[in-house]
Design a protein around this ligand. Structure first.
Ligand code: FES
Length: 214
């Protein structure tokens, strides 16, 4: 840690995220190694990585804001614009493309009433085109807040959008959404997963973005 003074730069973060930031910094021998997890925390705090948050992280770890910005702009999961409560990522890479991913994406745009990377006016749903999400055997595949659904169809994704709007779940779970809206999966023998995503930040327990489903 470069010094307790630097921690004051995030003293407007929630006490819980300040505690998480301190724990993350303490777990690395070099402060700069904590840039990526701190950017996730910043996403959790502000719902996206703001310009100020990148400066805050830079001050915390003792590097230039431009270096933090270069990390945040390289990885697509660090959002630099506000996203909705539910981020729907539709894969259109080769396997999904061949099995109708573009039609699924068009149906998602139509059902939500937004274009690529846009968010509904009520701030609930964002839709984005995604590169391969590692579920090629279950194509076409989508994620909601990075929770996977495989074998989806245009009709089913329209139903998914309606379900998110109607039920507004606090936590989204792969197993539940797969059962309601999915089709053929890559593997049917996998363990069930009781932990899901509580926000559009990738679901990691240490960052407060993963929770038990209700
Ligand atoms: S191509 Fe869509 S998950 Fe791999």
């Amino acid at each position: 840690m470069s010094g307790s003074m630097n921690r004051s730069v995030i003293n407007h973060w929630s006490p819980e995220n300040q505690r998480r930031a301190a724990a993350i910094l303490a777990s690395y021998p070099e402060d700069r190694s904590a840039v990526m997890p701190l950017l996730y925390l910043a996403s959790r705090e502000h719902r996206y990585v703001t310009e100020d948050a990148m400066k805050e992280v830079a001050a915390l770890v003792g590097i230039a804001a431009a270096q933090v910005r270069s990390v945040a702009s390289f990885y697509t999961m660090y959002k630099r614009e506000p996203v909705g409560d539910y981020l729907i990522s539709v894969c259109t890479s080769i396997s999904c493309h061949l099995l109708g991913g573009d039609q699924v994406l068009a149906a998602a745009f139509s059902a939500a009433g937004v274009g690529n990377g846009e968010t509904t006016e009520d701030g609930k749903i964002s839709v984005e085109r995604a590169e391969c999400i590692g579920a090629c055997g279950g194509a076409p595949a989508v994620q909601v807040n990075y929770e996977l659904i495989e074998g989806i169809t245009p009709d089913k994704i329209a139903a998914l959008v309606a379900w998110l709007n109607d039920t507004q779940p606090n936590v989204v779970l792969t197993d539940e959404m797969q059962q309601l809206f999915g089709g053929q999966r890559s593997f049917d023998w996998g363990p069930t997963e009781s932990v899901g995503a509580s926000s559009a930040v990738p679901a990691f327990g240490p960052y407060g973005s993963a929770s038990e489903g209700q």
